[in-house]
Design a protein around this ligand. Structure first.
Ligand SMILES: Nc1nc2c(ncn2[C@@H]2O[C@H](COP(=O)(O)O[C@H]3[C@@H](O)[C@H](n4cnc5c(=O)[nH]c(N)nc54)O[C@@H]3COP(=O)(O)O)[C@@H](O)[C@H]2O)c(=O)[nH]1
Length: 741
């Protein structure tokens, strides 16, 4: 350190080295001068001490200043780095090391490039090159730097400088801008979110609209300019009470938010439903500063829900409540009746012969009829009553609040039932056709959860069958006997299902003979012998088998057994030429593979087809005329013949009759029985015989029981007969014996 020479120095310096100019030896000091010298020395010493103290002060102050600088440098809010032109870190402050999450010692002498995330690595090298080419020029840019397993967004301010010793270095200021980047990103997301599909409305704490997004203006039909500054009550549709809005704001004030469905009015005046979420925005003191409302137009969703509800709960053809909705309402009606102690009633309405309308006039006409029936039923009941369609031609009307005793309630239900019958008896206008139809109605009363819903529906159904059985176009109340009949039927059905597998069926035979007594054929008639029930009449089990579909396997068994019998009879002269008539039910005949089955059986049994005669009723023909003609023609070609059974009992169309290749016409026993008894029937028999003859068909009379009937038939041209007079229906062995086998 170069300190200034003191006064003592100046006094001592020339003297200490003084030589006698003449002798060139050092001169001796005098006592006076020694004293003076000592004094000067003391002064000098004091001066030196003072100087030391100053120095000490200066050093302390310098150290403090250095420490301040160091602290400022090390703990500055930004990181400082100095790099070599190659990018190696020469020095780095603690802030920068902390930003990078690495110990300072591990950073010095390391290449900065190693701290840059791979995706920014090339850019860093390019930037470094560019910076160094422009000495003294500050450059700023952003980079992503590694930190632990993640990264930070950093802003780098770089200044290339030359140090005092002429070394080029790069001074860098490093600022962590991750937070602002995140905030920026959030702002960007918020901006996109604000313009999303949902309508957004922001109000101030006084509910004055400050901002609305595009979706909101689209929903409301107002422009942003028309809305900003207004208050949301401008959207009120009038559908909600003041209490509704008061409760809504009470909820927002208490919990900070509310959501629910609101019906608002658009600028166009349309009222529409929307789903609204309102959230209060609070400042750090908890004071509400804004309200943010999210508005979703749910009118389309609501409309779809309405359609779904309509489909789920209403019949699409008539728009009446369907079975599901009826069950629902019935449940409620039962609860209401339990409270009010008043009766309700179910009226089960089934249209008579609806199937025949469908078959003859087509399903479109059937649909028109059902729609008209629906309207008439609605017109017959009060507004609070329910008219529902169960499917097909079945309707259920539910009456409620039938006050009074059981009898009085029943009388009221009966009155409505009769009103319905009268109404449904009126002619329907089906486009060009005027059509008449009748209903059968079953009624059951209900009160106070006495019976379960399904039981009530079943009772009404049973009562409706009671009305059908009573001749149709009438009504019946459910009674216990009906229930018993239904239970008995269910038991019969259960037994019938096992009859085939338990081998309980037998074929019986009844002769068909000419007027000279010669047997030309027989009719195969099915018998069911149940181990406990004994013989069950085909009149009882065949309709049931048809209803439950069992007639298909049973009918097939009959055909197979009949053909196998014909085969066995081939070996006896008495029976080898017999033709066997087999009854075929409509259900069986209209099976798509019916003809194939007949072929297969004929092949299997190897009998001649002309020995088989299929007998079926007029109604089978009209179930599906085209199918009947097609199948008859196919079978006719191979020799199978056909007889029309129970002729005269149906509603035969003579036009169709001429188109169908029938070989034989069978006069129903109900006419034969009345020959000579009832003149009209006698005339009918004559007419049928004349008609069959004219059409070139054979004619056979069934149920011939007396000689008088036989004589009459013969006289009028019918020469083939079947009936107890000729031979009873017998089991195979007895039948064969009767023919002398
Ligand atoms: N789909 C099928 N239907 C069949 C089959 N077997 C019989 N049936 C049909 O059942 C109904 C009743 O038949 P059934 O009790 O056998 O009665 C037949 C005769 O036994 C009876 N008959 C004959 N002669 C007389 C008589 O002089 N008096 C009198 N009171 N009854 C008599 O008539 C019935 C004749 O039947 P059909 O010629 O078919 O009209 C009946 O409708 C049968 O068709 C079967 O296998 N499949």
């Amino acid at each position: 350190m170069n300190s200034k020479p003191t006064k003592l120095d100046r006094q001592l310096k020339p003297r200490s080295g003084v030589m006698d100019r003449r002798t060139r030896t050092p001169t001796e000091p005098s006592p006076h001068s020694v004293e003076k010298l000592l004094h000067e020395l003391r002064v000098h010493q004091i001066e030196l001490e003072m100087q030391n103290e100053e120095l000490q002060h200066a050093r302390v102050s310098l150290e403090a200043s250095h420490n301040r600088y160091l602290n400022l440098y090390e703990f500055a809010p930004v990181g400082y780095l100095t790099l070599t032109p190659e990018g190696k870190i020469i020095e780095i402050n603690l802030t920068a090391a902390a930003l990078l999450g690495v110990e300072r010692n591990n950073l010095v002498n390391r290449h900065f490039a190693g701290l840059v995330v791979p995706k920014d690595s090339d850019r860093w090298h390019r930037l470094l090159k560019n910076i160094l080419e422009h000495e003294g020029e500050q450059k700023n840019f952003e980079l992503m730097l590694k930190r632990d397993d993640s990264y930070i967004h950093a802003r780098l301010d770089c200044l290339p400088v030359i140090t005092d010793d002429q070394t080029p270095v790069l001074r860098i200021t490093l600022t962590d801008i991750s937070e602002s980047k995140r905030a920026e990103e959030e702002l960007r997301i918020a901006a996109v979110a604000f313009e999303a599909q949902e309508g957004i409305m922001i109000t101030n704490a006084d509910k004055v609209m400050l901002r609305v997004n595009r979706a909101f203006t689209d929903i409301t039909g107002y422009s942003a300019e028309e809305l900003v500054g207004q208050m949301p009550h401008m959207f009120k549709s009038g559908r909600h009470s003041e209490t509704f809005y008061a409760e809504m704001w009470e909820c927002i004030n208490r919990t900070g938010s509310w959501q629910g469905e609101i019906w608002d009015r658009r600028k166009s005046g349309d009222i529409y439903p929307k789903w609204v979420t309102i959230t209060a925005v609070k400042d750090s003191d908890g004071t509400v500063t804004h309200y943010v409302g999210l508005h979703t137009d749910i009118s389309t969703r609501k409309a779809s829900e309405e359609v779904i509800k309509q489909l789920a709960y209403y019949d699409p053809l008539t728009a009446l409540p369907n079975r599901r909705l009826l069950m629902d309402r019935l449940q409620q009606a039962l609860a209401a009746s339990a409270r009010s102690k008043k009766y309700g009633a179910l009226l089960f309405i089934d249209l008579d012969n609806f199937k025949s309308l469908n078959d003859h006039l087509g399903h479109d006409m059937g649909d028109v009829l059902l729609q008209q029936v629906a309207q008439r039923l609605i017109d017959c009941v009060r507004e609070g009553d329910t008219v529902s369609r169960q499917g097909g031609d079945e309707f259920i009307v539910m009456l409620e609040d039938l006050s009074g005793s059981t009898e009085e309630a029943a009388a009221k239900a009966k009155t409505i039932g009769e009103k319905i019958i009268t109404s449904l008896n009126q002619a329907y206008q089906l486009t060009s056709h005027e059509y008449r139809n009748t209903p059968s109605i079953g009624i059951t009363l209900f009160i106070n959860h006495q019976h379960e819903i399904n039981m009530l529906l079943k009772r009404a159904d049973i009562a409706m069958y009671g009305a059908k059985a009573a001749g149709r176009n009438t009504l019946r109340f459910f009674d216990q006997n009906m229930q018993e009949a239904v239970t008995a039927r269910a038991a019969l059905e259960a037994d019938l299902r096992f009859a085939l597998t338990k081998n309980q069926f037998r074929l019986y035979f009844q002769r068909q003979a000419r007027h000279d007594g010669q047997t030309i054929g027989a009719e195969a008639l099915l018998r069911w012998k149940h181990p406990k029930r004994g013989f069950v009449s085909p009149l009882e089990f065949i309709p049931l088998a048809e209803e439950i579909g069992l007639i298909i396997p049973i009918g097939q068994w009959v055909l197979e057994t009949a053909c196998a019998q014909l085969k066995r009879w081939e070996s006896h002269p008495q029976t080898c030429n017999l033709q066997l008539a087999v009854n075929v039910s409509a259900h069986q005949f209209h099976q798509p593979d019916f003809t194939e089955h007949v072929f297969a059986i004929l092949n299997k049994t190897a009998i001649k087809a002309h020995r088989l005669k299929l007998e079926f009723t007029e109604s089978l023909v009209f179930d599906d005329i085209d199918d009947t003609i097609a199948k008859m023609q196919v079978l006719k070609k191979i020799g199978v013949s056909f007889s029309i059974d129970d002729f005269g009992t149906g509603y035969s169309s003579l036009t169709y009759l001429t188109q169908l290749p029938f070989d034989q016409l069978k006069i129903d026993q109900s006419f034969v029985r009345n020959i000579g008894v009832k003149s009209t029937d006698t005339v009918i028999v004559q007419t049928i015989i004349g008609m069959a003859t004219n059409l070139g068909m054979d004619i056979i009379a069934e149920g011939v029981e007396t000689e008088e009937q036989l004589a009459f038939l013969e006289l009028h041209g019918c020469h083939i007969y079947q009936g107890n007079l000729i031979g009873k229906t017998m089991p195979q062995e007895e039948f064969e014996r009767s023919l002398g086998i």
